[in-house]
Write a protein that binds this ligand. Structure first.
Ligand code: NDP
Ligand code: MG
Length: 383
């Protein structure tokens, strides 16, 4: 029986994780959950899974909710969260809080030498220079949950001989605006941006998919997780989201991982840690498959150029890229800026900073703060 701490339990990834755990109860015990403010959802999870520990990040003031009457032993500050993650009984930490807010949890898990199932790509983008060497030192295994990276993880031979890789191909659905040119995106509504053609996900990542910034984050994530130069990583648009990514080896063979789009597939693979866990899934009907591929549109390349620069120069560039995007997406969701302005906010914030080396996690938090302030200034300048 493996003890799991699921952080981001009330979210979209949290829901898929709980489904896989529910289908494999004999192997997993939900030792702890963490979430932000959705007390109703948390209440349901607690009733069904009865976790030993509950971490609530944001709802301290809402003490009238029945949740607080029934669960008096909840944890609510960062030290307590760290204590929970460090508990020797914990085997697996699932990092599925959304955005930069998930970095602390990823950091605590890696620092504690735990096996971490990583959904929170923002952790690696912002702090790859700190987290990857730390994982080596602390012998913490990072297993990717993001569908593309889990696909790559499955395609890689066990011995991981990176010299045998010719290139990595990360697939992209292209999001809801795949057919539109950049100028046509002026004035698109929040509702349209939230309509993802193939995946159902939380709001922030859905907007990232519409801008294609999600693919930029994934490019950086792949670069760090697999230690592959960006020049060997290609993004290819594949609207059906059946092939989740591929590796071409130096002998000309390409290995792809396929499934119908469901996050339960990569999650069960990651939780299985080498064994295949049974889950209910929808079989691919190969006789009806019609797979297509196309390059990323030229007018979106500018955003990928920044992501490639992050991979090549590293340091503070990842945290700046991520923070400016989070501020821009937030402003778009709150209807403060146009969809197309998301690119301007990222580009102008990114260009404002020069590249500096980072050596501590505190510096990452500092740069995050500075980049957010700068991104807000850019937003003001747009009005
Ligand atoms: P959601 O918005 O659906 O869920 C986010 C979760 O994080 C919720 O449980 C939320 O709690 C919690 N949360 C938010 N802020 C905090 C905080 N400060 N402290 C503690 N908990 C917090 O997001 P997703 O599930 O879609 O995404 C989660 C992560 O997984 C992201 O990093 C995303 O990029 C990544 N990912 C998601 C995929 C998907 O299919 N959804 C695919 C691949 C990667 P509450 O709601 O209670 O406030
Ligand atoms: Mg993905």
């Amino acid at each position: 029986m493996k003890n799991i701490v699921l952080l981001g339990a009330t979210g979209s990834i949290g829901k898929s994780c709980l489904s896989v755990i529910r289908q494999n109860k004999e192997h997993f015990h939900l030792f702890g959950i963490g979430f932000g403010s959705n007390l109703d959802k948390a209440q349901e999870i607690v009733q069904e899974f009865n976790p030993d520990h509950i971490f609530v990040a944001q709802s301290q003031s809402d003490k009238s909710h029945s949740f607080w009457k029934t669960h008096s032993n909840t944890l609510s500050n960062e030290d307590e969260l760290q204590g929970l993650i460090q508990d020797p009984k914990v085997d697996i930490v699932i990092s599925a809080i959304s955005g930069f807010a998930g970095l602390k949890a990823s950091y605590f898990a890696i620092e504690a030498g735990k096996t971490i199932l990583l959904a929170n790509k923002e952790s690696i983008v912002a702090a790859g220079d700190i987290l990857m060497p730390l994982a080596d030192t602390k012998d913490s295994e990072i297993i990717p949950v993001d569908s593309e990276h889990n696909a790559l993880y499955q395609c890689l031979p066990r011995e991981r001989n990176l010299n045998e890789i010719s290139k990595i191909l990360i697939t992209a659905s292209g999001g809801p605006f795949r057919e539109k040119s950049l100028i046509d995106l002026k004035g698109v509504s929040l509702e349209d941006a939230l309509k993802h053609p193939t995946w159902s996900m939380g709001a922030k990542i859905t907007i990232d998919s519409a801008t294609l910034v999600n693919k930029c984050l994934e490019l950086i994530e792949a670069h760090y997780l697999f230690n592959i130069p960006e020049s060997q990583i290609e993004i290819i648009v594949h609207p059906q989201s059946i092939i989740h990514s591929m590796i071409t080896f130096i002998d000309g063979s390409t290995i792809a991982q396929m499934s119908n789009p469901s996050m339960e597939v990569p999650i069960s693979n990651a939780l299985g840690m080498g064994t295949r866990l049974p889950i209910n899934f929808q079989q691919i009907d190969f006789s009806k498959l019609n797979l297509s591929f196309q390059p990323v549109a030229n007018d979106r390349e500018i955003i990928f150029d920044m992501a490639r620069e992050v991979c090549n120069r590293k340091g503070n560039l990842g945290v700046i890229f991520n923070a400016s995007n989070e501020i821009a997406v937030d402003a778009f969701i709150n209807k403060n800026i146009d969809f197309i302005d998301i690119y301007k906010v990222i580009q102008r914030t990114f260009d404002y900073f020069s590249c500096s080396k980072v050596s501590t996690i505190d510096e990452i938090f500092e740069y995050d703060k500075e980049a957010r302030i700068q991104a807000e200034k850019v937003i003001k300048s747009l009005h």
